[in-house]
Design a protein around this ligand. Structure first.
Ligand code: RP5
Length: 155
């Protein structure tokens, strides 16, 4: 019979206690607070499917270190898919994909000074170089990003 000291028994118990069953599996990012109305549709679609998500505002251009930290830590925190919406020169999804190998879904957004109805953001997200993929949904179509995330998760 194997003998267990109180110390060895305590280790698995402590590890189990650290598991957070409510931890989000999808990260929803956006470059500005002004993107929130469009991106809330992704959060709603995921909630309707009982998929846990978290919402964060961070700009690839204005807060590059914050974006890199989030992307690098996402997998360890239990995130499985990242949805990133941005307008104008929409670098956020690509920068996130540069710092993680999790699937990243980009949402090109229109904003007050968009060019050609969001074509600027659409091309910024879709035209990633080979080896650093970002999935791209339609302009302002955050709901489709959530549906695609659900399919990736097979939920
Ligand atoms: C992008 O610039 C954001 O994603 C947003 O769509 C756009 C405008 O941002 P604000 O000027 O409203 O902060 O970075």
């Amino acid at each position: 019979m194997t003998e267990h000291s109180p110390e060895t028994l305590a280790q698995p118990t402590a590890a189990f206690e650290e598991l957070d069953v409510d931890a989000p599996v999808v990260g929803i990012l956006m470059g500005s607070k002004s993107d929130m109305p469009a991106m809330e549709r992704a959060e709603q679609e995921l909630a309707d499917r009982s998929i846990r998500s978290e919402v964060r505002v961070m700009s690839a251009h204005r807060e590059p270190d914050k974006v890199a930290d989030y992307a690098r830590n996402a997998r360890l925190r239990g995130i499985k898919v990242i949805i990133a919406g941005a307008g104008l020169s929409a670098a956020l999804p690509g920068v996130v994909a540069a710092h993680t190998d999790l699937p990243v879904i980009g949402v090109p957004l229109t904003s007050r000074t968009s060019v050609a109805g969001g074509l600027d953001a659409l091309l910024s997200i879709a035209q990633m170089p080979p080896g650093v993929p970002v999935a791209c949904v339609g302009v302002d179509n955050a709901r489709n990003a959530a549906v695609l995330a659900a399919r990736i998760l097979e939920i």
